[in-house]
Design a protein around this ligand. Structure first.
Ligand SMILES: *[C@@H]1O[C@H](CO)[C@@H](O)[C@H](O)[C@H]1NC(C)=O
Ligand SMILES: *[C@@H]1O[C@H](CO)[C@@H](O)[C@H](O)[C@H]1NC(C)=O
Ligand SMILES: *[C@@H]1O[C@H](CO)[C@@H](O)[C@H](O)[C@H]1NC(C)=O
Ligand SMILES: *[C@@H]1O[C@H](CO)[C@@H](O)[C@H](O)[C@H]1NC(C)=O
Ligand SMILES: *[C@@H]1O[C@H](CO)[C@@H](O)[C@H](O)[C@H]1NC(C)=O
Ligand SMILES: *[C@@H]1O[C@H](CO)[C@@H](O)[C@H](O)[C@H]1NC(C)=O
Ligand SMILES: *[C@@H]1O[C@H](CO)[C@@H](O)[C@H](O)[C@H]1NC(C)=O
Ligand SMILES: *[C@@H]1O[C@H](CO)[C@@H](O)[C@H](O)[C@H]1NC(C)=O
Ligand SMILES: [Fe+2]
Length: 533
């Protein structure tokens, strides 16, 4: 509630009208088991997603009233939140171009002081979660490779040793990029750390996750395709102010969009590092690489893919026996996160394929019930943008994901939001014509969240009609929050962030694909039948 005032900063009359019309629509058009929802073109689409998510029919019936009540309460609370459960607005985003913030913007300011560390960022440093990699850049000279750290409220002071790298890209030369793995930390503990020892020091802190266990609650933020526009700044601000308080970010690829500039001007990698520091210095972002990380430009003498990304952003890939920093896995609290690389060889017999094939059966769902895959390009996407680009991935990996009950697959790439039903399309064998995705309660839900707000703008155009596997889609910028409650329940919400206000535009309960009993599944299926009859 602390930031109510700041949420209301940009609330305008249009938002008020918008929300009123939503409430009216929800009252007039929803009935048990059917929800009317409209996309951003004001087109009404009937769909029946809620029933597959709620574990019993009663809950759903109640929901209709909840919706109205919550909406009204939301209105009273300066539109702080609208719980939607399948309802979406007829939101039409204004079409102003997203522009990168200029180099002299406040968010890109170089920290004062000789050789002051900048672009400080952390990520998980091992497989289990009690290690971090602390990274930073010094501009003038290498400076000290040491990090001083200590548990909060402790007299202990510990020094860790890092190493640094540099790279050249066309006519750009990077600063000194330091990476410091710190191992064997206590779980669930706040640590302070200091970088820049010897010259200008800067202090930050982070909190390690609780040790993995089946019912350990944990909250992830989901951000993708962020870039460095004014919209990007809005997305990051909204994530920071979200009262759900994300503890770590699952980043679905496409970071700086430096490659948008002539000669991939890598100064825009530095600005992105300074811009995101205010969050990623304090909580780990779990990296996956997108197409804008490839930076493949043989015409200017840069034929080595992923050069800036792999120098700047390290991942703990060796801990999961991966042979490439672009794919790896981590355990974090009750989640097992598998990072897949859309832009690396992925066919049968490739290193990535062998690794994923061995990785999935290894997951102990009694220790880490939530099996999450993140990758840049979506396998299910009903926007025109990048339509069917993910088919190679889907053909190759969907069967494994279904067999191993992956709970949710998060992707970016398409600059919009979309959530699928739990679907499977693995029966098709080229001659049997079984080529429609089918609802399957043991199959993953696919969520596209490439809506961070980069310079390329939104993917507005959608394929029509909305395919029946697609539960919800809206072309807006935003971020997501995945709140894992226990081994069976996780809550997903997506926050649209246009025009300065903060609205929960899509939310749903996710039931664990592995731990929900067949009894519960049959209840939700019978709900579904009722809904469609
Ligand atoms: C790199 O080359 C571009 C194009 O020739 C030029 O505009 C830019 O100033 C150069 N940058 C440096 C650091 O030399
Ligand atoms: C920066 O730190 C190094 C190593 O501690 C020291 O030799 C150097 O004099 C310092 N430079 C300045 C300008 O403080
Ligand atoms: C970015 O967002 C922060 C936090 O809301 C704000 O203080 C800052 O002025 C913004 N900068 C730009 C360039 O929009
Ligand atoms: C990595 O491989 C080693 C040797 O086969 C094995 O002991 C270890 O458990 C593996 N680690 C992971 C995270 O799979
Ligand atoms: C494809 O599916 C059809 C129908 O289920 C089946 O008869 C056929 O044998 C399958 N083909 C292959 C090559 O598995
Ligand atoms: C979206 O569709 C409109 C109308 O068909 C078309 O004019 C426009 O070029 C499309 N936009 C993109 C980015 O493809
Ligand atoms: C979508 O419709 C097709 C054709 O009616 C059907 O075979 C398929 O099962 C449906 N899929 C979903 C996800 O409802
Ligand atoms: C799991 O969390 C959900 C949502 O908070 C709750 O309704 C349910 O009772 C919890 N289950 C157990 C076994 O605690
Ligand atoms: Fe992309």
């Amino acid at each position: 509630m602390t930031s109510l005032a700041s949420w209301s900063e940009g609330i305008n009359l249009w938002a008020l009208l918008e929300i009123c019309s939503l409430i009216l629509k929800s009252i007039s058009t929803s009935k048990f088991g059917k929800i009317i929802h409209c996309d951003d073109r004001n087109k009404l689409t009937t769909y029946k997603t809620l029933s597959t998510w709620n574990l019993d029919c009663k809950a759903e019936k109640k929901m209709r009233w909840d919706l109205v009540v919550i909406s009204v309460v939301g209105l009273i609370l300066s539109f702080a939140e609208i719980s939607s459960g399948g309802l979406t607005s007829s939101y039409v985003r204004n079409d102003e171009a997203s522009e990168d913030m200029p180099l002299d913007s406040d968010v890109f300011a170089v920290p004062p002081g000789y050789n002051a560390p900048q672009q400080v960022h952390i990520t998980q440093g091992d497989y289990e979660g009690n290690s971090v990699i602390i990274s930073w850049v010094t501009p003038d000279e290498p400076g000290s490779d040491e990090v001083l750290y200590w548990p909060d409220n402790s007299g202990l002071r510990i020094i860790a040793k890092s190493f640094h790298v540099r790279y050249k890209y066309y006519n750009y030369t990077s600063g000194y990029i330091h990476h410091c793995p710190i191992k064997n930390l206590e779980f669930d503990t706040k640590y302070n750390y200091v970088v820049g020892i010897g010259n200008t020091t800067r202090q930050f802190w982070f909190t390690t996750p609780p040790k993995s266990g089946p019912d350990v609650p944990y909250t992830f933020g989901l951000i993708g395709d962020l870039g460095q526009t004014y919209d990007s700044n809005r997305t990051l601000t909204h994530y920071e102010r979200n009262p759900a308080k994300g503890q770590a970010v699952l980043y679905v690829g496409d970071l700086s969009y430096a490659d948008h500039y002539p000669f991939h001007n890598n100064i825009r990698w530095d600005t992105w590092g300074r811009f995101t520091e205010r969050n990623v210095a304090y909580q780990p972002w779990i990296w996956s690489a997108g197409n804008h990380e490839i930076d493949w430009a043989p015409e200017i003498g840069e034929p080595k893919p992923f050069k800036p990304f792999t120098h700047r952003y390290h991942t703990p890939y060796e801990a999961s026996n991966s042979t490439s920093p672009l794919w790896y896995s981590i355990k974090r609290a009750s989640a097992y996160v598998i990072v897949v690389s859309t832009y690396s060889a992925l066919g049968t017999y490739t290193p990535q394929y062998f690794w994923i094939e061995r990785e999935l059966p290894k997951v102990d769902r009694n220790e880490t019930p939530w099996l999450i895959v993140i990758m840049h390009g979506p396998m299910y996407n009903s926007y025109e943008s990048h339509y069917m680009e993910g088919e190679n991935m889907r053909v190759q990996y969907e069967k494994l994901f279904v067999q191993h009950n992956v709970d949710v697959v998060f992707s970016g790439h398409v600059h919009a939001y979309e959530r699928s039903e739990p679907v499977s399309n693995i029966e098709y064998n080229i001659t049997n014509k079984k080529c429609s995705p089918k609802i399957d309660q043991t199959a993953p839900v696919y969520i596209t969240i490439g809506d961070g707000g980069n310079i390329e703008g939104l993917s507005i155009n959608m394929t029509e009609p909305q395919p029946n596997y697609s539960a919800f889609r809206e072309a807006s910028f935003g971020h997501g929050i995945l709140e894992i409650k226990n081994r069976t329940h996780a809550h997903w919400s997506w926050y649209r962030n246009q025009d300065g206000y903060f609205v929960n535009a899509d939310s749903t309960w996710l039931s664990n694909r592995y731990h929900v009993s067949s009894e519960e599944l049959s209840v939700s299926e019978s709900c579904d039948e009722k809904a469609s009859s």
